[in-house]
Structures are given as C-alpha cells and as structure tokens.
Write a protein that binds this ligand. Structure first.
Ligand code: ZN
Length: 394
C-alpha cells in the first residue's frame, strides 16, 4: 500500500485579516506613535514568510496543498454562544471596532474579520477531516486569525473563533470522531480549549506554556488564583485538562523533558484517535511577546516526537494547526522544521544562528531546578489526572 502523503492547508484570504492600527500589541494613539511599517504583532508577515520559505525550500512539492470551504455560522455555534457570534458578525459587518463589553477582553475586530475567521476555522476542519478519514497521513493548517485563546463567548488574544475546537466538534458531529487530544505548545496558555472542554472527558486538553504570560491560566480556569497545575477540569472532565506552566527562560531541554515526562505519558494513557497540536512558534528565542528560548531544532524534535507518538497511538493521525508566533525573522525556520518532521523529509535550508541559539540555552543549574519542579507536577498529575491511568496499565 502506498504511503499516504502529508497535506498542507492554507488560503490567502486569511492573510488579509487586520484588526486595526497597532504597534506590536499596543493600539496606536495617545502616547503610542504610529509605526512606520507593518504594525500589529499578529500580522500576515510571519505566516507569509513561512509559506514562502516552505515553497522555496522545495518541501511544499512533497505535500498535497489544499484550501477549504469556510465553516458556517451553525458550525461555529457548536462551540461559541449565539450572542457572541452575533456580536462578532455585527461589528465585523459594520467595518470593525470593539465588541460590546461582555464579549470583549482585548481584541478588536477588523473589516470582515468574522468571514475570514470562518475560513480560518474551515482550513483547520478540512485538515482534521482529511486526516481522520485517511485521505492524508498528517496535515498542517496555516491560517489566521489564530484560535486558541477564543473562549465560548469572548474574543481574546488576537483570536475570534476557536479553530481547533470547532474542527473537533464538527468532526465529532459529522464524522464520529471520538477521543481526541490537543497539545497546545503555543507559548501562551491554551485557555480557549480549556474553557470549551473543561467539563469533558472526550477531549484531552494539554497546554505547555510560559507561566502567566497570557492570560493567567489559573484565574481563567477557576476564577481565583489557585495554581494553574490544579486546574485539571471539573465533573466528567476532571483529570482531562493539564497545564504545564514552564518558567520564563526555558529552552529545548525543559520542553523535551516536559514532553517526555508529562505530555507523552498522558497521551499514552488517554489513547486518542487523533492528536492535534495548537502550534504557536512564539516560544522561540526571538519572539517579542514571550521569554522562552526554543530554536528551530527544538521545534523539529518536538514535532518528531509527536509524529512518532501518533504513529504508535493512532495510526499516525496528527494535525498541526498554526497559532501564534511573532518574530517575523524566525517563525519561518521554526515552522519549516515542523513541516520537515511531519513529512519526514529534511530540506537543505540552513536555520540562521542555530549554533548561537544553542549556545545560549539555559545551563545545568536552571535545568535541574526546573526538572525537579516538573517532577513535582508529575506526582500531582498522577494523583489527579489521566496520568493515573498509566499506573494501572503498567
Ligand atoms: Zn501565543
């Protein structure tokens, strides 16, 4: 039987989303001088440059490249409240601006944001659908706006519709998708999936992120300041939400340690039918919105581990959905590394300054301190979460 291809989903329309005039994450006006060039952190540039490098490297030729249909209002309702969607559509159709109070946190709406967000979610869904149905081995969806901060009823952190959650709910409804695991390694907390699936055991949500970078992971879960680690889910969902809040400055060694000791054992215990990665590249060492130290080689290793795990657990069914990542210079190399791991094909592209970034990695003292911390979390998770099931299996 011929080996199935990897697939890549994108649509130029999603690159044209704009939330207004910003410099990085600050709205222009008052004391904030307008930028000379491109503006908002969540701009098309990092994604477009990834797409261009993907093309120029030749790797795109070994992928099946597709677009998709946008999802519908009814699809979005599988995840989001009607009142929120109606407000998002109203402001979007009116040319953009701020959502009204209960739906607004920090994320303004641009011209046709609603329609572009439907397309962004549509690309994620098509990737999930095609991989689940065995059309392709695995897939990468590159689109914007991102989705992992969007809750049931609020736009947050440059996100409007929770792309991955909608893709999962639609696939559950229309295709019979069962247990699915989301591994969110965007540097910011995957609060959207946590909010949406907090009381569910049919979706395992894991977020590995920089502690309290955005938003505060424990306050989002519990409404108080209890530890992020303790936010493990409620009701049927108790034990199916894992937060891994790494300390600022963490590099490859700590990310791999957390993957090997927490994420992978949790997934092995859970036995998902499919693994979806909410993949931000904003834990890279040059990102302006975070303080982590990953480099392209680390993303290659992390993606490779997830690919191997998917092969051992769920017939290789793995979908990577692009989330954040704001260093226009470096996201393309981290993204390409993930695409290389996904396809199993290395390109000739040389990632710039890799030796320098490797030389900057935290040394033994920091790493040992952090490993001890992760070991403590591991002990807690074995008491309180899906990780405990692994004990009974062994
Ligand atoms: Zn992020």
């Amino acid at each position: 039987m011929p080996q199935l291809k990897s697939a890549f989903y994108t649509n130029e329309a999603t690159f044209w989303h704009s939330a207004g005039q910003y410099i990085l994450q600050f709205p222009v006006g008052g004391w904030i001088e307008p930028p000379a060039g491109s503006a908002h952190a969540e701009s098309p540039e990092s994604k477009r440059r990834l797409l261009n490098l993907f093309k120029r490297s030749g790797l795109m030729d070994s992928f099946a490249v597709n677009s998709a249909e946008p999802i519908t209002y009814q699809d979005a309702k599988l995840v989001h409240d009607t009142a929120y969607l109606d407000e998002l559509k109203r402001v979007s159709d009116a040319g953009g601006g701020q959502l009204s109070a209960p739906f607004r946190v920090d994320t303004p709406v641009g011209v046709k944001t609603y329609d572009i967000a439907l397309m962004s979610a549509g690309l994620a869904y098509q990737a999930v659908k095609d991989v689940y149905q065995g059309v392709y081995q695995n897939a990468y969806s590159l689109s914007r706006p991102p989705g992992h901060h969007a809750t049931k009823n609020q736009a947050m952190g440059f996100c409007y519709l929770n792309n991955i959650s909608i893709a999962i709910e639609k696939a559950k409804k229309e295709l019979g998708l069962g247990r699915v695991a989301i591994v969110d390694w965007d540097v910011h907390h995957g609060n959207g999936q946590q909010d949406i699936f907090y009381d569910r055991d049919d979706v395992l949500t894991i977020s590995i992120h920089q502690e309290s970078c955005y938003p505060n992971e424990s306050i989002v879960a519990k409404g108080d300041e209890k530890s992020a680690i303790e936010a493990c889910g409620v009701g049927k969902g108790e034990g199916y939400n894992l937060n891994i809040p790494l300390l600022p400055g963490s590099g490859e060694a700590i990310y791999l340690y957390a993957l090997d000791n927490l994420v992978i054992p949790a997934l092995e215990a859970y036995q998902p039918e499919m693994i979806i990665i909410a993949s931000g590249f904003d834990a890279n060492t040059l990102d302006p919105l975070a303080r982590m130290m990953l480099h392209s080689e680390a993303y290659y290793k992390m993606s490779k581990r997830m690919k191997r795990l998917a092969e051992s657990l769920c017939d290789g069914k793995l979908v990577i959905v692009h989330e954040g990542g704001y260093a226009e210079s470096y996201v393309p190399f981290c993204g390409l590394a993930s695409l290389e791991a996904l396809s199993g094909k290395k390109t000739e592209v040389e990632s710039p300054a890799l030796d320098f970034f490797i030389s900057q990695q935290p040394k033994a003292t920091f790493n040992q301190f952090h490993r001890d911390l992760i070991d403590k979390w591991c002990a807690y998770f074995k008491e309180k979460t899906i990780l405990q099931e692994q004990i009974s299996i062994v």
